[in-house]
Design a protein around this ligand. Structure first.
Ligand code: SAJ
Length: 396
């Protein structure tokens, strides 16, 4: 249930390993493209696999679910304005399969969910279908795949599988062992839900530590890249890299699933979110101050190159991107018509007129490195320019 960044690859990989799959999505365009063997997401090597399983009939897409033996809920779990988790898509997908459930079926939630969601869906199922109580298997199994490396990671990563009872855990383990070569770690559903949130929150806290170091070093006149590189020489220290903020809809979202439910306890997790969000504002202020300083000293407005829109290096995904937020902030902050926007991984953008990265670098008085794309690393460091390197391209 859900043919997105995780659902579609999971459907394809399961089908490739002999499972008969019906991929369900509420978006008819996604269903049509999938049945035509066309990917609606970008994932290297995935389209050939899709064509193979559609052709041999082991994967069929539909807007409505059909009677099956196992049901997987792989729909988005965004958060509302006040950072409250929204599990309405999980509930809607569960209601859609409710009438089809029969004795002996397996029901698994893969969507990143607040603690207790699997139990809530269990209550919902047994309230509507009391005769199934104790007769079906219910589990939670989060995913850990990195966009761009999904095929490999979906098969090779270890998985955590948490059933509402031992029998449910075993049933889910049995299913995943058909195509997962990584270890399948058994636990209960609440622990599995919290495990996913813990993984991403731990990364957010580690990134916040690196970002906080960058603020301190900027004030102290220390090169934060050199500092972190030296600290990491310690055999048991592994400090991550500062950036211009944390983007994507995982690391920047999942910690709120914990802080929303445990506000009194989750202080550091909440603070990390604030630090990472603040870093983007701090970068935007830095750029605007440099622009004003340039104009004051040179008597003309600077040409500024904003290098990168994607939320992380070497991808084309701009969703929840701090780089994009900074570009918008700077553009609205000053009436300067000479801001060049660069994103080498996309050809056009509905809002920004994109410039070639080499030309933009050449023309600019101020170069702002926002996303550490590999292309930018080939640009020679030109100290006649003002270079604001927020993502460690030059590590100067
Ligand atoms: N970032 C930094 N400094 C770093 C590392 C990352 O600023 O040292 C920034 C990135 O630029 C990006 C954000 O953090 O804006 C997130 O980057 P990411 O490398 O964590 O990538 P995601 O969000 O695509 O993937 C994460 C992964 N989770 C972990 O590494 C614990 C992935 O395994 C998960 O499956 C994914 O979230 C998810 O779907 O939850």
């Amino acid at each position: 249930m859900g043919l997105g960044y995780i659902g579609l690859p999971t459907a394809i990989i399961a089908a490739k390993h002999g499972v008969d799959v019906i991929g369900v999505d509420i978006n008819p365009k996604v269903v049509e493209m999938t049945n035509d063997g066309k990917l609606h997401i970008i994932e290297p090597g995935m389209e050939e696999m899709l064509q193979e399983v559609v052709k041999n009939g082991s994967l069929k897409a539909s807007v409505t679910p059909e009677i099956s033996d196992a049901y997987f809920i792989v729909v988005p779990t965004p958060f509302k304005g006040n950072h409250e988790p929204d599990i309405s898509y999980v509930e809607a997908a569960t209601r859609a399969v409710l009438p089809l459930l029969k004795e002996g079926d397996l029901y698994v939630i893969e969507s990143t969910s607040p603690i207790g969601t699997t139990d809530k869906m269990k209550e919902l199922i047994f309230a509507e279908r009391p005769e199934l109580n104790g007769k079906i298997y219910i589990a939670y199994c989060p995913e850990r795949v990195l966009p761009g490396n999904v095929i490999f990671e979906l098969v090779n990563n270890d998985r955590v599988i948490g059933g509402i009872d031992e029998a449910s855990t075993e049933k889910a383990v049995q299913f995943y062992s058909q195509f997962v070569t990584g270890a399948l770690h058994r636990t209960n559903c609440k622990t599995a839900e919290m495990c996913k949130l813990t993984e991403n929150s731990s990364r957010d806290v580690q990134i916040a530590f690196a970002n906080e170091l960058s603020l301190i070093c900027d004030k102290a006149g220390i090169n934060v890249w050199e500092l972190i590189n030296l600290a990491n020489k310690h055999p048991r220290v592994n400090i991550l890299q500062p950036g211009c903020g944390v983007g994507g809809h995982c690391i920047a979202v999942d910690p709120y699933f914990i802080t929303a439910d445990y506000p009194a306890e989750a202080k550091m997790i909440a603070m990390a979110r604030d630090i990472n969000n603040y870093k983007s504002l701090w970068c935007a202020e830095k750029v605007k101050n440099e622009m004003l300083k340039f104009e004051f000293e040179k008597g003309r407005k600077p040409c500024v190159a904003m290098m990168g829109l994607a939320f992380k290096p070497n991808i084309d995904d701009l969703r929840e991107s701090p780089s994009k937020q900074i570009v918008m902030n700077v553009m609205h902050g000053v009436n300067n018509n000479d801001i060049l926007v660069v994103e080498p991984n996309i050809d056009t953008h509905s809002v920004f007129k994109l410039a070639d990265y080499k030309e933009a670098y050449e023309q600019a008085d101020i170069v702002v490195m926002l996303t550490a794309h590999d292309q930018f690393k080939s640009l020679p460091y030109d100290d006649s320019k003002i270079i604001l390197d927020f993502c460690g391209i030059y590590k100067k």
